[in-house]
Design a protein around this ligand. Sequence first.
Ligand code: FAD
Length: 810
Amino acid sequence: MCQHARLAIIGAGIVGCSAAYHLARKGWRDIVVLDQGPLFETGGSTSHAPGLVFQTNPSRTMTRLARRTVALYTSLGGAGGPCFYPVGSMEVATTPARWAELHRRRGFGESWGLDGALLTPAEAQAKLPLLDASKILGAYYVPDDGIAKAVRACERMARAAEQGGAVFSGETPVLGIDVQAGCVRGVVTPGGRIAAEQVLICAGIWGPRAGRLAGIAVPLLPMQHLYARTAPLPQLAGEAREVAHPILRHQDRSIYFRQHADAYGFGTYRHEPLPVDPAAVPSPAIMPFTPEHFQAGQAAAADLLPALRGAALPYRINGLFSFTADGFPLIGEAAEVRGLWVAEAVWITHAGGVGEAVAEWMAEGDPGLDLHECDLNRFPAHALTPAYVRARGAQQYREVYDIVHPLQQMAQPRGLRLSPFHRRQQEQGAVFFETAGWERPQWFSANERLLDGHGGPDRGGWEAREWSPIQGAEHWAARSAAVLFDLTPFTKIEVTGPGALPLLQRLCANQIDQPEGRVVYTSMLNHRAGIMCDLTVTRLGPDRFLVLTGGAVGPRDLTWIRAHLRPDDRPVRVDDVTSMYCGVGLWGPRARVVLGPVCADPLTNDAFPYFAARAITIGTMPALALRVSYVGELGWEIYTRTEYGLRLWDTLWEAGRPHGLTALGVGAFDSLRLEKGYRLWGADLTGEDNPYEAGLGFAVRLGKGEFLGREALARFKAQGPSRKLCCLTLVEAGRVVLGKEPVLDGRRVLGYVTSANYGYTVGCGIAYAYLPLSHTAPGTPVEIEYFGMRHRALVSEEPLYDPKGLRLRT
Ligand code: FAD
């Protein structure tokens, strides 16, 4: 056993092997991979999975990870058979809702570069003769999906990594992780301590236990999952090929199928979730098979494939694998322990791509693709608690094959984070959606009385779900009178001390060295000039800055800033003060008239210009006001101590009532911001988009001196962009799309919709998309595919509303 390694990987399942393989290919020599089980049938999830790979996923990132995985497994040559059988996949519909959903899936599959097709029942049966075509309305077919031979792939990747110098050690449990002064130093095994500069946890369902060895949370839920294989079927007699039929999903009954030569295998999610306490995961990770949880699935399986009726099931397994609260993996370096990395809750479908991304991240400082949905550090504190992970993880299991609307809300746990205005919002009939635990009004039923023709065109079907015409009425109130919007969920970060300005200058692309009382809109970039954070920085004093960013992205942004602190920095503190302050947006043409009578301070353009911040007094409350607006109207963001919150709301509400002040929900807020072309991080902006492509060149100061990403950014500027974020307006009245749809020129996919909504003021559907330069001129016609229909759209000058920004400066 070696005593020192550059990297110790815990776990030789598919994820650990993939990471070792990719790092070895990058020239990392000194890697040790430790597994408690025998190599490579370790007894972990990888040993028990039948290996179905369906690449289509609503998430672009997950689809891309799957595509990279298929490419990798396909490339792993060697004697003893392939690691991937590209037999194709079919997802069948037995209900009209599912059939519509398959059209939608094919749409986003196309957006992400998959070459899927919709089949008639007869076409589906021609590909899979065991299928009862009379039971289905059609199928979604992806030709390069298939079956992964995961254990074989582990072994091949391990052998290749060994040639690069990696050492794999089976039956070597890691009993401890040595952490000193916030840095990882090594691992402890029964054979002694191995000093390691970095440690990567790929322990699958044992992840929470491995994390605890280093004092970090790995928020996943081990879940039981049942799979069975039939005895040989007469219909497949003589079939010697391991698999030739496409893999199959019958999501309306939560079942999936694959062929095993002359037999068939199937697994089911059609039972109540069966979670396992992370502290009690057995090794090997198998539980007793429980027929009562399999029966419903088995009956439905035989209904679709009659050949399975009455078939004996000689092989039955109840294996364990991981679910997370939001269904995404957990990838990245732990915020609390430098050098401790995690790659957890990853399916075989994604493990090749995840290993590659982790290797890239560890070796180059950046994963090379947008991984924000999978970021280990994305969770607020409550989302790390076992109770939360259990409740949400179980719900993910239940919904794994459901038709889930992008705005569909989880029922539990709810009510975790309430702003001080919550009571008032309830009184106005708020319909609450949840973000990062915060209950946020999406619209207010009380505003129904304002509808008066402002609700926009009638909607039916998918785009009418999780929506109300009241959003149009609230939108109109913001444009014509004044609105009050709850900003409490925004993440508020104070950066203070002599090192504050140098730190922010180093991280921000815009000029932060401004006079006190200035608000700066800026990006923070990675070294490839991709936008990692999109936020405002307000200088409150010589050494004091307030960073404001979205509620959902806050934990990530905070981690990003802290991760760039250096030991030789001048003293600096980075504090999350989100809970200390609540806030409202008071916006609209009458915002000044509302605020004036209750504010002791001057609010004129001279005294309080656009993008200024001032300490003000509202009634008896000290507050900080920023003259900025994400909705494109005159107004202020106003923050005060949380305990003053209710009084702040009531004071403004009283003052505003005679002027038509209206509570504004997130639904209307989003359509207001799209009319103004304001970008949303995570949708319009990611670590793969640079400010010039994203239309944010105005918020960059290349001349200010060094900052992270500057070199790459200067290169991009010199080259000029090859694509641009464009505003598209839908031509036909009343059309809306929701996001992720492919944007086409004839048959060619040009891009996909990053954000979409209806513009109630401009009177048309709006969509944003990155398009190649050839298609960015205003007036260029394109099409957006929505549930299989083509909607005509035009590239339009942006912003659509108040392009000169006069209303903001009035
Ligand atoms: P594992 O394979 O569990 O590897 C983790 C390794 O870490 C284990 O070998 C374990 O021994 C080791 N380890 C843990 N703790 C320690 C320690 N302290 N010291 C040393 N070693 C340690 N996915 C698909 O994509 N398609 C499918 O069709 C599919 N079907 C499935 C069906 C079933 C029945 C099951 C159970 C899972 C299925 N999955 C499927 C999920 C998939 O198997 C897993 O998500 C994947 O294998 C996880 O890989 P991993 O490397 O993270 O974990």
